[in-house]
Design a protein around this ligand. Structure first.
Ligand code: NAG
Ligand code: NAG
Ligand code: NAG
Ligand code: NAG
Length: 392
């Protein structure tokens, strides 16, 4: 088994390194986000942004095709996800394309630690310290850097922010930490956004609630989970392709993360999806969600009593003061999502300074990852998002 695996891997490397074909004849499974964008006839740019704590983040952009001063929208990925996830299903279903067609200047973020953002001024991803962050640091450092860069380049004063799952958490951390920055946000749209996490019933997350706190745990959790190379692309192409024998297994793997019985799984795009997802993250992001699950609160990382006292001056971690979030916030949730439950999202919205509403997807089986890749996500969610954006 191991030998077969290694052989296939070697063949794959050989094939990709000797092949000079143009983008259009390369399979989507082997293209990066900007390559995919260009392959489908849209202009693509790549930007690098340095955060104040030393991480280099890659941003991708579909600049407006004509006319300056187009409204800017920033899409922020969820846990284990990357900019690719907004384009992998192609121009008819990918939110990045749909927004570009609707006249927006589209920016795709990549939060620290994912496959596009693994560089740091002093640290290497091989250093444990590189992985010493959760979504708290993403909200405090990555989001302001990405927002300011997009606004600066696009010469705008404010933008639309769309975050999937952890991309929502990142926003709430950002907007509650820097109340003055709320004026830079025309509208925040959370697609199954995470904050309170008490009703999360997904097994992958329920396990994280057993995580430990304290100095030893802090060190232990400074590591990476689910890198992009979790399975070689050739294996994915072979086994997860449309009609492939083991395709159901590939779907099952995703379902473990995504939730149950979706009728929305995009089988045709599955090989492409799985060649870009999961894109890696720090274990601490996941552990931090486990802490929210356990405490029922939306608050900073719990290092254990002793370290909390030292770092925060209180035995318990401080809660995020979401009442200072004055940017308009709209959330989309689904009953079929076992990770983000309406009750948790409603609870957050009751605290917000300017809640636009919590909208339910009108299909009960629609799950957490369907917000990115569901076959009918455009008619069920994105069309409504674009109508809403036009009002702000
Ligand atoms: C904005 O862009 C200009 C020119 O591209 C650059 O010199 C400046 O440092 C940028 N400012 C910020 C805050 O990113
Ligand atoms: C992780 O970073 C924090 C600062 O954000 C620091 O206080 C702590 O010592 C670091 N933890 C480890 C285990 O390196
Ligand atoms: C998923 O489908 C199976 C079989 O159809 C069913 O037994 C189960 O109750 C369903 N789960 C949910 C959460 O709908
Ligand atoms: C949250 O911020 C508001 C407005 O600044 C303030 O009145 C309130 O006391 C804060 N709440 C907490 C728990 O810090």
């Amino acid at each position: 088994m191991l030998r077969t695996y290694l052989m296939l891997w070697a063949v794959c490397i050989l094939w990709t390194s000797t092949n000079q074909q143009s983008l259009s004849s390369k399979p989507d499974t082997q293209l990066t986000t900007p390559e995919l964008i260009q392959k489908y006839g849209y202009p693509a740019e790549t930007h690098e942004v340095l955060t104040t704590d030393g991480y280099f983040l890659t941003m991708h952009r579909i600049p407006p095709r004509r006319g300056a001063n187009r409204p800017v929208v920033l899409l922020v990925n969820g846990l284990l996800s990357s900019s690719a996830d907004w384009v992998v299903t192609g121009p008819n279903n990918g939110l990045a394309y749909i927004l570009s067609d609707a006249g927006y200047d589209v920016w795709l973020g990549n939060t620290r630690g994912n496959v596009y953002s693994k560089r740091h001024l002093r640290l290497s991803p091989r250093d444990k310290q590189f992985w010493n962050y959760s979504w708290h640091e993403i909200g405090v450092y990555d989001v302001p850097s990405m927002v300011d860069h997009a606004l600066n380049v696009s010469r705008q004063r404010s933008l639309y922010y769309i975050g999937h799952s952890m991309g929502g958490t990142d926003f709430y951390v950002y907007a509650s930490t820097y109340p003055a920055y709320n004026s830079k946000i025309r509208l925040m749209v959370g697609l199954a956004p995470a904050s309170y996490n008490y009703y999360n019933s997904n097994p992958f997350f329920r396990i994280s609630s057993f995580s430990k706190v304290g100095a030893e745990a802090d060190k232990l959790y400074n590591s990476e989970i689910f890198t992009k190379d979790w399975a070689p692309p050739i294996l994915i192409q072979t086994f997860c392709r449309d009609m492939g024998l083991v395709q159901e297994l590939c779907s099952a793997g995703l379902l473990l993360l995504a939730g149950t019985n979706s009728t929305q799984t995009n089988k045709k795009s599955l090989p492409v999806i799985l060649s870009h997802f999961p894109a890696g993250a720090s274990l601490k992001c996941w552990v931090h969600y486990g802490q929210q699950l356990r405490s029922g609160k939306f608050r900073q990382y719990d290092h254990g009593r002793q370290l909390n006292l030292k770092l925060y001056g209180t035995a318990e971690p401080p809660e995020y003061n979401t009442t200072v979030i004055t940017a308009p916030v709209a959330s989309y949730v689904s009953d079929g999502d076992d990770i983000i439950k309406a009750k948790d999202v409603d609870k957050l919205h009751r605290t917000l300074g300017n809640s636009v509403g919590v909208f339910r997807v009108p299909l009960p089986t629609f799950n957490h990852l369907d917000f990115l890749w569901g076959v009918d996500v455009k008619s069920l969610v994105y069309d409504s998002v674009i109508d809403l954006m036009a009002k702000f």
